[in-house]
Design a protein around this ligand. Structure first.
Ligand SMILES: Cc1cc2nc3c(=O)[nH]c(=O)nc-3n(C[C@H](O)[C@H](O)[C@H](O)COP(=O)(O)OP(=O)(O)OC[C@H]3O[C@@H](n4cnc5c(N)ncnc54)[C@H](O)[C@@H]3O)c2cc1C
Length: 100
């Protein structure tokens, strides 16, 4: 979970959100096994995959953003991207949700 599972967001350097999300995923998977007999390991892997997809999207964006400062600066200055990012992160959306 968290840092140990490589869930830091490479774009913003944030790790707390995904550490909590992955902890909640583990707790939900254990609950599902105890209450419904569903395999906890499979449940955790399915939930973790959602977080990993978002981490991968952040990583791809970070590579583009930090590898070429002109591109990164242009993205920051773009009203469309800036507004979407501000609004998305302000209401607690993930990077992938904000991008959609
Ligand atoms: C300087 C700095 C600033 C940061 N700022 C931000 C920020 O603004 N926003 C943000 O989202 N993220 C930030 N992060 C990242 C964030 O702190 C981490 O991503 C997050 O704390 C990861 O949580 P975690 O539970 O995975 O790991 P941790 O918080 O590292 O918790 C792991 C715990 O396990 C313990 N432990 C390790 N080995 C053992 C063992 N063998 N037995 C028992 N216990 C053990 C450790 O002592 C530790 O308490 C920052 C990180 C740093 C270093």
């Amino acid at each position: 979970m968290g840092d140990a599972a490589g869930l830091v967001d490479a774009l913003l350097g944030e790790g707390i959100y995904n550490a909590i999300r992955s902890g909640q995923a583990a707790a939900a998977a254990i609950r599902d096994e105890l209450e419904h007999g569903l395999a906890a390991a499979a449940g955790y892997a399915r939930r973790l995959a959602e977080i990993q997809n978002d981490v991968a999207a952040c990583y791809r964006a970070a590579v583009k953003f930090y590898n070429n400062l002109d591109v990164g600066y242009a993205a920051l200055m773009s009203p469309v991207i800036r507004r979407a990012a501000m609004k998305g992160y302000a209401v607690g959306l993930t990077f992938s949700e904000t991008r959609k």
